[in-house]
Design a protein around this ligand. Structure first.
Ligand code: GLC
Length: 795
């Protein structure tokens, strides 16, 4: 039976229901609800509800129904049911496999095993959709993967775990699950997202080269198809569906120092003083579990931290922000108020017999809040009040897969019950959402407790949509060169899975780092959206000075560069917030038609302007770099390279292979050691002009609070045109109502071969200086809301 409304076709086949809905011109949702299961799209990933599909033409024939939007068409052939898509340029994508299609998998050899077969009636059978793997299609994304960028030919598991120490790239399933893939073929992108919080598996043409399948171990099959056709289009729609990364407080972009643990207030003070005395930038200090009283969350260790308020006030005075850890497990202890209140209100997960489910984590025996219950989330959010009152400014959600110690590296059994405040579900059904729901509770708590502040929440675990609650850090990596290598693709994979704000522990967590590894990792770290150095108990300390010279100076120089780059990075964060564009991007993001970029996972773009190719081997000063199309300037020497080209870059310690795109302005602050240390005046626009043209955007606002929503921000474009050697730079008129406090603006044009004949600001001569030795031209400007045209005449 076929029923339809304005944008949806609904098929009833026996006791199964299949719906195909056009949500937006480039977004379709397919829902398969087998065996009489109710239609339900209420999963935690999806935030957007009010969709505008535009006009949808639904045409019904004897054996086919089509839904056509202004951009794409869903084709449903009815006997047997097969679903596929085309766009208006004639491209086919996401075509059901003609033989296998979509359905339940009822225990054939291929069927995934589910943990609790006796409950399969409530849970539903394993469900899958088989899609054709069309010639030339490459799969990317899949969230937090340390393996290579191109996922074609692989199996991907989605089931949040706390993996054993020292995982390799073989372990493609880590702390967070984002069952999303971006598919590229001949420069055209489409996207696929399977929305299920149970165990999910993707076979990306692994078993058979002509076929991919996407399956959930139980429940319904709900998937979304994005028609693109650019990677940016796919990510824009995906992050509209699952939520945008909020604008962070500006200080959160600075460098953070962490350690498991700085064990006393005196040690924390000592670390803070060392940063300032050694003139090494740092904005944030992380307080790990030894700050707590017997590892009880939301408490303070009375011996090591007798006066947290005093300590945090001192840190603020020195320009530091403190972030405190909060684990998911609550110590079972009747004398402990948090535990007792959660118990009295009955907010913990249950055993099938109805007792509180208990397991061992850091504090010993713990219970676990049922974050699927909105009441639990509100209650949990309120628990953050004493931390904020003491001066904590950010919350670090940890162990939230949940990661359990009995047995080691385990998680909750599948039959643990989440009462859900009336909508009980088994753990197996909600597992992958536990971390996201905890992060949501923290963020919403912070928002209620400090409504004028932007919450800063960091999470280890998460599900699709985690980006709207928290930044994701990739958990416990190792201080090895292999892990440095793996983290390059890992952050790119996350970026194209909607998680723009992410970072790995700089220097590595497990095991001893070394001076060289830390220095190389910091060279990469300054381009990570989240830049924090963290290490495990008993390992060698790895603060930037821990290994002496030359490493300390290298780390200092790198972190100073990060601090100078904050206006550039903040502009990227705003773009990410608005459009879903990643901050740290694979090369194919900008060059989808260049297949050479599909496998270039040891280098990346940071925004439009920077190409970064970290050195990830010891004792190595040279490496291969693929320079994509366009003209690029080497950051250290100014040498120009025209891509596409494969080059051997010389990248001695302290001079990573970094290139800046021609005609793309980079806004820079003066050197400073933390946000607010000094007035950010002047602002420098750094630019490498070259024959041709280019443009960039610069966005700024208060860096805190919400006044940008009332128009108090400042956005402008900077364009650069070079014609016959003469350079024309236009700093565009300001959009937005903010009036920047600074008075001075400087244009720094690099690689100017000879002294210009004249430099004009509008029609008048400009104030300028040419440094022949460095081949740099500096033009002094004033801050103004109007547009400024700078003209450099070379002859
Ligand atoms: C977990 C976290 C790690 C933290 C440790 C102690 O292993 O991933 O970052 O230091 O717990 O809290």
């Amino acid at each position: 039976m076929v029923a339809k409304d304005a944008s949806k076709v609904c098929l009833t086949i026996g006791s199964d229901t299949v719906e195909v809905t056009a949500l937006a011109p480039d977004l379709f949702r397919v829902g398969y609800f087998p065996q009489g299961r109710a239609v339900d799209y209420s999963f935690v990933a999806v935030i957007a509800q009010d969709w505008q599909s535009g006009p949808v033409a639904i045409v019904e024939k004897v054996d086919e129904v089509t839904l056509a939007t202004s951009a794409a068409t869903a084709h449903l052939s009815l006997d047997p049911l097969r679903i596929g898509f085309t766009d208006h340029a004639g491209r086919s994508f996401a075509l059901d496999d003609p033989v296998l299609g979509m359905g339940c998998f009822t225990g054939s050899g291929e069927a995934p095993v589910i943990g609790v077969p006796s409950r399969s009636e409530t849970l539903g059978m394993p469900v899958r959709v088989h899609k054709q793997h069309l010639a030339g299609e490459h799969y990317f994304g899949c969230g937090e993967r340390t393996g290579e960028l191109d996922k074609t030919g692989t199996r991907q598991i989605f089931w949040n775990v706390d993996p054993p120490r020292g995982q390799t790239a073989l372990e493609n399933n880590l702390y967070a699950s984002i069952p999303f893939t971006l598919v590229l073929a001949e420069g055209q992108a489409w996207g696929f997202f399977l929305d299920s919080t149970t165990r999910v598996e993707f076979d990306l043409a692994h078993d058979e080269p002509q076929r991919a399948w996407f399956g959930a171990d139980n429940g319904d099959l709900v998937y979304y198809v994005f028609s693109g056709p650019t990677p940016a289009d796919v990510l824009a729609r995906y992050t509209e569906l699952t939520g945008h990364t909020p604008l962070p407080p500006l200080w959160a972009l600075g460098y953070g120092q962490s350690r498991f643990s700085y064990e006393t207030a005196e040690e924390v003070r000592q670390i803070a003083r060392s940063f300032r005395e050694r003139d090494i930038p740092c904005d944030t200090l992380y307080l790990d579990i030894d700050t707590l009283d017997g590892y009880r969350v939301f408490t303070w260790n009375p011996v090591g931290f007798p006066d947290p308020q005093g300590l945090l006030a001192e840190l603020r005075e020195m320009g530091f922000h403190a972030v405190s850890i909060v684990d998911a497990g609550v110590k079972v202890d009747d004398q402990y108020a948090v535990y007792a209140e959660g118990k009295a209100r009955d907010l913990y997960c249950k055993t099938p017999e109805g007792n509180d489910y208990q397991n061992v984590v850091w504090p010993g025996i713990c219970t676990f809040p049922d974050f699927t219950n909105p009441e639990t989330r509100t209650w949990w959010g309120q628990q953050h009040a004493p931390l904020l009152d003491a001066g904590v400014e950010g919350i670090w959600c940890d162990m939230n897969e949940p990661g359990l110690f009995l047995p080691p590296n385990s998680t909750m059994p599948p039959d643990v019950v989440h009462p859900g405040g009336g909508k009980a579900q088994l753990h197996i059904q909600v597992h992958n959402s536990y971390g996201s729901l905890m992060a949501q509770a923290a963020r919403e708590g912070l928002l209620l407790l400090r409504p004028d502040r932007r919450p800063f929440v960091i999470s280890r675990s998460g599900y699709a949509g985690i980006q709207r609650h928290a930044l994701l850090w990739t958990g416990d990596n190792s201080s090895t060169w292999e892990h440095l290598t793996m983290s390059l693709s890992q952050l790119q994979n996350l970026g194209i899975s909607g998680v723009g704000w992410a970072g790995v522990d700089v220097g590595g967590y497990y095991g001893d780092s070394s001076g060289e590894l830390l220095a190389r990792w910091t060279e990469f770290g300054i381009f990570q959206p989240f830049c924090r150095n963290h290490s495990e108990k008993t390992t060698r300390h790895q603060e930037p000075w821990a290994f002496g010279e030359p490493y300390e100076s290298i780390c200092r120089d790198m972190l100073k560069l990060r601090q100078r780059l904050l206006p550039y990075l903040y502009t990227l964060f705003e773009e990410c917030h608005r459009t879903g564009a990643p901050i740290l991007r694979p090369l194919f993001w900008a060059y989808p038609s260049d297949p050479a970029t599909y496998s270039m996972d040891d280098e990346f773009l940071c925004g439009d302007a920077f190409l970064v190719a970290p050195v990830t081997r010891p004792g190595v000063e040279h490496r291969h770099v693929y320079i994509p199309a366009g003209s690029w300037f080497h950051w250290w020497t100014g040498t120009r390279i025209d891509g596409p080209a494969h080059i051997l870059a010389h990248a001695p310690l302290g001079q990573p292979a970094v290139y800046v795109r021609a005609n793309t302005a980079v806004p820079l602050w003066p050197e400073m050691n933390y946000v607010g240390h000094e007035e950010a005046d002047p602002l420098t626009y750094l630019l490498y002009p070259f024959e041709g043209s280019g443009s960039a955007t610069f966005y700024e606002d208060e860096g805190e609070g919400y006044e940008q929503l009332n128009g108090f921000y400042c956005r402008r474009s900077i364009t650069s045109d070079v014609d016959g050697g003469n350079i024309r730079v236009v700093i565009g008129e300001q959009e937005g109502k903010s009036v920047p406090a600074r008075r001075h603006v400087r244009l720094e044009l690099r690689e100017i071969a000879s002294e210009p004949k004249a430099v004009h600001l509008g029609k008048a001569p400009a104030t300028w200086r040419y440094d022949a030795e460095q081949r740099r031209l500096f033009v002094d400007l004033h801050e103004t809301a109007s547009s400024q045209l700078i003209h450099v005449s070379m002859e």
